[in-house]
Design a protein around this ligand. Sequence first.
Ligand code: ATP
Ligand code: MG
Length: 267
Amino acid sequence: MSEGGSSAKVRLRGLTKCFTVRGRRVDALARIDLDIRAGEFLCIVGPSGCGKTTLLRILAGLERQTAGTIDILRENSSHGPLNSMVFQEQSIFPWLNVRDNVAFGLKAQGKGRMERYRMVEPYIRKVGLSGFEDALPHQLSGGMKQRVSIARAFATDPEMLLMDEPFAALDEQTKLILQAELLRIWDEMRKTVVYVTHSIDEAIVLADRILVMSARPGRIKEMLDIQQVFGRPREVEKVKSSAQYGELFGRVWGQLRDEVRAARNEG
Ligand SMILES: Nc1ncnc2c1ncn2[C@@H]1O[C@H](COP(=O)(O)OP(=O)(O)OP(=O)(O)O)[C@@H](O)[C@H]1O
Ligand SMILES: [Mg+2]
């Protein structure tokens, strides 16, 4: 489907964000034009400080753009919230057990206790935490805590999931397992996902399309179609051992390298 096609879930036009820090202007995003398709898994990579988190926060309605427009198509049939965000830092509540953490968004929606517990059970199962429902966060590993965050994000049945480097702090093996789990859950639900990552590898494994951003102020440098190469459903191991993987890695890094250098020289 072409950019600007009728199935755009999100349409950004000329999106610009400037911050003022102690009288000094910081241009975080500059005139971003982007269509995010309904049901796609979009990964965003870009050098540190190029505005990735800012873009997610604007999509989530947590921050307002300085200029430009953002249109989000709402589903008529949806009962859930428009979006749900998974942050890089652990954002689960230390005083709530796994079940209550996952059910937190539903409580905010006014669902009763028994209904909440019934609704979250499949999501706890999907992320492999059955048997840990009553555990408190300090009794869980880092990977398990991120699973709680993911179950919580899916459980409210949002139209769109916004994920900011959710696995960045995890070890390689845990990351591999969680990527595969995320793909499996996403295949079932087919939500629109916007996923920020520093890892080219992770972007190739997960994405339908990869958006490469320039150094600050963040612009769109390149859009790569991964879906065309690997299709769905996708197996992490197969993708990584394929010949196309190395080629794609080279292409993304080729785009990113100069931007990372530019960001370093500036900083
Ligand atoms: N609330 C804020 N006030 C002032 N400046 C901000 C604010 N939030 C972000 N910035 C600035 O905007 C720029 C983009 O920040 P952002 O956090 O979006 O980058 P990022 O691409 O997510 O970086 P990283 O990869 O390191 O997480 C940075 O220069 C940052 O200092
Ligand atoms: Mg960030």
